[in-house]
Ligand binder design. Structure first.
Ligand code: ATP
Ligand code: MG
Length: 259
């Protein structure tokens, strides 16, 4: 459900929890302090991170996403900090790292809880010194950016276990926001479902698609372990496979293989 330039209204939901998240995003966008977004998968962390960038003063600057869970250890430094030509075998050209690429804008460290300790230290140095030194370079270069991080991991437990550095945590998490799972805000599930159905109806040429009463009850009562992402995809499957302007509980269950 991504659009090119989301606005704050994209983060929809009428629950007090969602209103608080929107208020947080609005306030966080006004300042440069680092932000940590937590919540289960599909709750809207990536969307909120993008909105913080988009609604702030750095919106004309770059928005760079680093998936901390997806960078192989051996490539971490060159990916994040860059390298000079000839810095190592295979470095046939100089490369700007992602941190430097985000300068003047926002760096979103996604799945930051999955960063191994050795890499946490390297990242911390860069954040504290506000400079990067590409591999093979003798000079450090200044970087000036706003930092947003996201994680579905239990960082408190990781801090206790010593698998996440406390100093890095405090550097990343000046402002913190937890986005609750959808099952704790059923009114949002229904509101979002209706919103998604309007969009899906247009996309699949069925102009007006609605939920039957039992479809609506299912949306409200189902646990949605994949949260908003799962809800959106379940409705899409129901619209495509149901080929009807009314989405019933049965269609939804069958099309989306809900348990
Ligand atoms: N409150 C919301 N209103 C509208 N769309 C939403 C909302 N929350 C999430 N979405 C949509 O749901 C999908 C999943 O959200 P997002 O990718 O931001 O989740 P996430 O928390 O980053 O998940 P993951 O931990 O798996 O990366 C996206 O398409 C996003 O646009
Ligand atoms: Mg995400």
């Amino acid at each position: 459900m991504a659009s090119t330039t989301p606005t704050l209204a994209e983060l929809s939901g009428r629950s007090p929890a969602m209103q608080a998240v929107r208020a947080f995003v609005r306030r966080a966008a006004e300042v440069d302090a680092s932000v940590l977004l937590t919540g289960e998968t599909g709750t809207g962390k990536s969307l909120a991170a993008r909105l913080i960038h988009q609604s702030g003063e750095r919106s004309s600057g770059p928005y760079v996403v680093v998936n901390c869970a997806g960078v192989p250890e051996s490539l971490f430094e060159s990916e994040l900090f860059g390298h000079e030509r000839g810095a190592f075998t295979g470095a046939t050209a100089a490369r700007t790292g992602l941190v430097e690429a985000a300068s003047g804008g926002t760096l979103f460290l996604d799945e930051v809880g999955d960063l191994p300790v050795a890499q946490q230290s390297k990242l911390l140095t860069v954040l504290e010194e506000r400079t990067v030194r590409p591999i093979g370079s003798v000079k450090s270069r200044p970087v000036e950016l706003r930092l947003v991080s996201g994680t579905g991991a239990d960082l408190e437990a990781a801090l206790e276990a010593g698998s996440f550095r406390r100093d890095l945590f405090h550097r990343l998490a000046v402002l913190r926001c937890w986005i609750p799972p959808l099952r704790e805000r059923p009114e949002d599930a229904l509101h979002l479902a209706r919103r998604f159905l309007r969009r899906l109806g247009r996309r699949y040429g069925l102009d007006e698609v609605r939920l039957s009463p039992d479809g609506a009850s299912l949306v409200e009562s189902y646990a949605w372990p994949g949260n908003v992402r799962e809800l959106a995809h379940a409705l899409e499957a129901a619209v495509i496979l149901g080929r009807s302007r009314v989405v019933t509980a049965d269609t939804l269950r069958e099309a989306a293989k809900l348990r």
